[in-house]
Design a protein around this ligand. Structure first.
Ligand code: SUG
Length: 454
């Protein structure tokens, strides 16, 4: 059956949020991510971070949106330190790394897998020629601390989306600059209802082979056109289903390291900043040309919101969610209230404008925001039919019981303070393993972590 032949009437978007891991800390690891760069060295609160994330999930679940959860990864990644030549027992590996290569220690402790918008790229079954949901974990090769994620990410996705009748998993792209891939953060699916066929907007920062060399100068462009094309090929998307657009280099240089920091789409709506795309008109024209339903562009002009305000507030790193009556709710981070121009834009331009956005909901995810992760970074969107939802492995769809179990789990295992100096504490590594072992049982995922497979 061709995917385009069937609209799935009972499909809905499930947002799979990443649980913040016990080593959440501020190490300033992400070059080009202004929040991460400016907050490096601060003391973090992993417990508060995890509870903020869970509170967001719970409130969206209570409001009627389908909500899933993805587990954090095993950190510190002592195996990565061993591969880099450190030896002895775990405590001495950590001590040597702290002494000789503190930057490496910080990298292997990052809780960056919380930002599941970078876990991978997903194509819903309605768009796929074989009628299955397709997944490719992102290689995240732009930074060492994130390059450590894809292996476990692949195992987690395979454990949850396990049934081969419904789910197809593709290999991570070659982890080399030409195929630099950061997952769904640079991918937006536009459609009518979620269960209707969609058009896939892949946004890239640079072209590896050829291209005209117009690229960001200050900060790295993390996604290549070649990576996006390879994902589309893996997922069996044809030309009529895809649009490729280059990010505006000025935006990347202002700290827009992923497209989801400057644009968000949902259904037929594309909410974007004037400087999101290098060629705004060509991008809109291509979408209009390929979409089956009229595109509803909601443009925020530079005169209303500067790039600095967009990056500082994460206005565009919002979740745009569909309500049963067809209206949409925009879930924005609390930082949007702190910037007058942004708050005014939300009230006067977005809510009052002629578009489906009918409500703005503010969420406090400050712990994540200080590392450059807003509400939309924290979630991976997966459109699933009822049958596909029923085929999920593990216990990952949030209900009141799972929420209560996860809150109790965080209370049991997490510290409420972590400074970069604490990362070499071997007890932190032990606490984390105990926490993840416990979590695997709560989520019924099986042995997804390296320490469970040794
Ligand atoms: O890759 N921050 C992440 C934030 C990712 C946000 N995701 C999306 N926009 N979808 C990044 O830059 C900071 C970690 C540190 O500094 O310790 C970090 O990796």
């Amino acid at each position: 059956m061709s995917g385009a032949d069937h609209a799935s009437l009972d499909a809905c978007e499930v947002n799979f949020d990443g649980l913040v891991g016990p080593t959440h800390n501020y190490s300033g690891l992400a070059h080009g991510n202004v929040a991460s760069m400016s907050h490096g060295g601060l003391v973090s609160n992993p417990k508060e971070a995890a509870l903020q994330g869970l509170a967001k999930m719970k409130s969206l679940k209570d409001a009627g949106y389908a909500q899933g959860v993805l587990p954090p990864q095993q950190r510190p990644d002592i195996g990565a330190l061993r591969a880099l030549g450190f030896g002895g027992d775990n405590a001495s590996v950590l001590a040597q790394a702290a002494e000789q290569a503190p930057q490496l220690l910080r990298a292997v402790c990052s809780a960056s897998s919380m930002w599941t918008a970078n876990a991978g790229t997903v194509t819903p079954s309605v768009d796929a020629a074989d009628g299955r949901v397709h997944f490719t974990p992102a290689n995240l090769q732009s930074s060492f601390h994130r390059f450590l994620e894809p292996e476990t990410t692949g195992r987690v996705l395979a454990a949850i989306f396990a049934d081969p009748a419904h789910f197809a998993h593709h290999p991570v792209l070659p982890a080399t600059p030409a195929f630099s891939d950061e997952g769904a953060a640079n991918h937006t699916r536009l459609c009518g209802e979620h269960g209707e066929p969609g058009v896939h907007l892949f946004v890239y920062g640079r072209q590896a082979f050829g291209g005209d060399g117009i690229e960001p100068q200050r900060f790295p462009a993390r996604q290549t056109l070649e990576a996006s094309q390879a994902i589309a090929r893996q997922h069996g998307l044809n030309d009529a289903q895809v649009v490729y657009a280059q990010q505006h280099p000025d935006a990347v240089d202002a700290g827009v390291f992923h497209n989801d920091v400057i644009a968000v789409g949902n259904g037929p709506v594309l909410l974007y900043h004037e400087l999101a795309f290098r060629d705004e008109q060509a991008t809109l024209d291509a979408l209009r040309d390929k979409m089956a339903t009229p595109l509803i562009p909601v443009r925020v002009p530079l005169a209303a919101v500067s790039l600095e305000d967009a990056v500082a507030s994460y206005l565009f790193n919002s979740q745009l969610l569909t309500n049963p009556d067809g209206s949409m709710t925009l879930v924005v981070p609390g930082e949007c209230q702190e910037r007058e121009a942004v708050w005014r834009c939300l009230q006067d331009h977005l809510l009052a404008g002629n578009n489906p956005i009918a409500e703005v909901v503010v969420k406090d995810v400050k712990q994540s925001m200080r590392n450059g992760g807003g509400p939309a970074c924290l979630r991976l969107r997966v459109v699933l039919s009822r049958v596909e939802r029923e085929a999920l492995g593990g216990r990952v769809l949030l209900d009141d019981a799972l929420y209560a179990d996860l809150v109790a789990w965080v209370e049991r295992h997490y510290r409420d303070s972590l400074s970069p100096e604490d990362l070499s504490d071997p007890r932190l590594a032990e606490e984390t393993l105990a926490a993840l072992d416990d979590l695997t049982r709560i989520l019924a995922l099986g042995p997804v972590y390296p320490f469970q497979r040794a």
